[in-house]
Design a protein. Structure first.
Length: 227
């Protein structure tokens, strides 16, 4: 399969240390060794939110705050590239065309953000569409898509399966300021609906969840093609 994995910064780099990054790299290397084509997009996580909060206090506007966040995503991408050694393209691609070229060379592209207003989930979704991926995996800090924030509402119900259109309806009212955090943001959901991709939202705190999503045997939310 050709698979794009969007890894939330909060699950890859909850704090700047090597063990979690190395664990993810090990799983990704095994996936490539099994013969799959793989591309990865990495989020900014807590470090990005800290920079964005400080920038907002200092009077930066939303575009400037997005640029701070993008810079952190690319630092996180470089950490994963270092762990992947020769498997990965040596620098984070800054656009989808460069990432696709890396895939065609047989390299594993590891991207961060690309432009202001686009979350890394949206970047990953666009990359999956651009490369005609078979599967898109969102590795997040929650165990799937819920009808409410499970961190705030203990009665929140998880969806085992849904369409991208249903996902768009669910997340349509969420906040999209720089640094906002949701399992999948609205732009990503709309791109997913347009591309008509198969996807999965899984708890990325365990890197093995990515492999399980590829096998179709996971505990998250499956987003099925509407066609």
């Amino acid at each position: 399969m050709k698979v794009v994995v969007s890894i939330g910064g909060s699950v890859l780099v909850p704090e700047v240390e090597s063990d979690r990054v190395a664990a993810y790299a090990s799983v990704l290397e095994d996936i490539v060794a099994d013969g799959h084509e793989l591309a990865v997009v990495v989020g900014g996580g807590p470090a990005a939110r800290e920079y964005i909060a400080a920038g907002r206090d200092l009077g930066a506007n939303e575009i400037e705050l997005d640029q701070l966040g993008i810079a952190v995503t690319r630092l996180n991408a470089r950490l994963l590239i270092a762990a992947l050694d020769d498997q990965a393209a040596p620098t984070p691609p800054e656009d989808h065309e460069t990432a696709r070229e890396a895939l065609r060379r047989g390299d594993l592209p590891v991207m961060g953000g690309t432009e202001a207003g686009h979350t890394t989930d949206a970047v990953g979704t666009a990359l999956a569409e651009y490369t005609d991926a078979d599967l898109l995996v969102y590795a997040t800090s929650v165990s799937g898509v819920y009808d409410a924030d499970p961190n705030e509402d203990p009665a929140a119900t998880k969806y085992d399966e849904m369409t991208a259109g249903e996902l768009v309806s669910l997340v349509g009212d969420l906040d999209v300021d720089a640094g906002s955090n949701a399992p999948v943001d609205l732009l990503a959901a709309k791109l997913l609906q347009r591309a008509d991709l198969n996807a999965a939202v899984v708890d990325g705190t365990d890197p093995e969840a990515v492999r399980q999503a590829m096998d179709g045997d996971h505990d998250g939310t499956t987003i099925v093609s509407e066609s």
